[in-house]
Ligand binder design. Structure first.
Ligand code: PRP
Length: 205
């Protein structure tokens, strides 16, 4: 683990006001979640399904922390949430490569904000007849939640701030930071028409 995370990420460090969740805290929680999944799915071969792209970091570390032998697959969606008329419109742009009928599916997400993406994807996956379908999410933001969906495994609740790192981006930057930090206003205000804090990171998916 790095002791001075901001120092070594010089190029992006100037845009971060503070570290909210350290690399050590993330890794420790991910290990705990991995152990819980290993216990709960012992004797079974679950399919872990992730939504690109933000989940990549969590999925990789989670897979390393799981001691049974899961399979993994990814889907990608396109959503439009900047225009309120299109709010909630989610479209599948990359489907799973494996059938999930009769399989134990664990849906892995980096963040749930409004809940619209997860709601759409769970409906889509449920229609394919999995033996079970559970949710594992690392970060939740509750302030703008429109649809509440229970998650079997959860990591951290985030404050209503613009946060980046460990997969969370702003216009494709900052994903590679191994911790979660708060973005300074100057780093996102130039892209925000109203000057208010956008409630959803990126928003360009
Ligand atoms: C994030 C996350 C979810 C979605 C959740 O993706 O991975 O897919 O937002 O938001 P919601 O609860 O408001 O629907 P993002 O749009 O940031 O794309 P990315 O994973 O490619 O960064």
């Amino acid at each position: 683990m790095r002791e001075h995370p901001l120092d070594i990420y010089e190029e992006q460090a100037g845009d971060i006001s503070r570290v909210l969740i350290t690399e050590a805290e993330i890794q420790s929680r991910v290990r705990e979640i991995g152990q819980a999944i290993s216990r709960d799915y012992a004797g079974r071969r679950p399919v872990l399904v992730g939504v690109l792209k933000g989940v990549l970091f969590f999925m990789a570390d989670l897979l390393c922390a799981i001691t049974i032998a899961p399979e993994v697959d990814f889907i990608a969606v396109s959503s439009y949430s900047q225009d309120s008329r299109d709010r909630g419109f989610v479209r599948l742009v990359k489907d799973l490569e494996m059938p999930i009928e009769g399989r134990h599916v664990l849906f892995v997400e980096d963040i749930i904000d409004t809940g619209l993406t997860l709601n759409y994807l769970l409906r889509t996956l449920r229609a394919r007849g999995p033996a079970s379908l559970e949710v594992c999410v690392l970060f939740t933001k509750n302030r703008h939640r429109l649809i509440d969906i229970p998650s079997r495994y959860q990591g951290f609740e985030l404050p209503d701030r613009f946060v980046v790192g460990y997969g969370l981006d702003h216009r494709e930057s900052y994903r590679n930071l191994p911790f979660v930090g708060e973005l300074k206003p100057h780093a996102f205000q130039a892209n925000s028409e109203s000057g208010n804090m956008p409630h959803k990171n990126g928003g360009s998916k």
